[in-house]
Design a protein. Structure first.
Length: 246
């Protein structure tokens, strides 16, 4: 039977006094009375003392920075009874989930034994001071980025301007298109003559301009005298209505 002896904090003996030493192969989540569950390592050590051979099962609680020494009952036994306590200690530790391996101290020379024994926390023990968490490094505040002035927004061209400036390439030539004049816009009327005597001259000038166009000369024949009189009368009526509205 093994019980926790809180008065023991280390096994301050030379490596030559160690009879057997076992060590866990990996850490196990372990909770002891009054201590929260945490990762732990395990050791089983038998050592020679004046009263006989002592057997201890040691649990190293990493987060609590603590060594828990479980001693056998009786604490010291003669050499012929050490194997029985060794088996009891292994059964206790392995029942908690640890896998133990023999360090085979008897196969090492004295220098290697001392080096191995000194590397374990069992001989010097652990400091009772709590581990101090490292101070948090202050975060450097990034310098504020200079605010760039907003770029002026260029007004989008109106559809009318786009239509007037749009270009189209045809046969390697760039042809600019202009918007066509709406048919609903009335043309400007030139000032009409005040007298009907100029009607004949106006009609003659219009017919002369039409006669100069090749397409009209090719398609139409000169009007007859009757046609001229009919057009003259119609034009006089139109001019008369215009003058009456002024």
């Amino acid at each position: 039977m093994f019980t926790w002896d809180k008065s023991i904090h280390a096994i301050n003996l030379p490596a030559s006094k160690v009879v057997a030493l076992f060590r866990s192969m990996r850490e196990v989540q372990l909770a002891l009375p009054g201590i929260s569950a945490q990762q732990a390592s395990a050791y089983l050590c038998q050592y020679q003392a004046e009263a006989g051979v002592g057997t201890v099962a040691v649990f190293h609680l990493h987060k609590s920075h603590l060594l828990a020494f479980y001693v056998s009952d009786p604490q010291f036994v003669p050499e012929q009874d050490v194997d029985n306590l060794l088996d009891q200690g292994l059964n206790l530790i392995e029942s908690m989930g640890f896998l133990m391996t023999d360090q085979d101290l008897h196969l090492l020379d004295e220098a290697d034994q001392e080096m191995l024994w000194a590397s374990l926390p069992l001989k010097p023990g652990l400091s009772q001071q709590e581990e101090v968490a490292p101070a948090a490094t202050p975060h450097k505040q990034a310098a504020p980025r200079p605010v760039e002035p907003a770029q002026p927004v260029k007004p989008a061209p109106s559809p009318e301007k786009k239509a007037s400036s749009a270009s189209q390439t045809s046969n390697g030539l760039e042809v600019k298109k202009t918007p066509a004049q709406s048919d609903n816009v009335p043309p400007q009327v030139a000032q009409e003559p005040e007298s009907t005597e100029n009607v004949d001259d106006l009609l003659a000038a219009v017919e002369a301009m039409r006669a100069k166009r090749p397409s009209l000369r090719a398609r139409k024949t000169p009007p007859s005298p009757e046609e001229m009189n009919r057009r003259r009368l119609k034009l006089r009526e139109t001019v008369g209505r215009i003058l009456a509205s002024l």
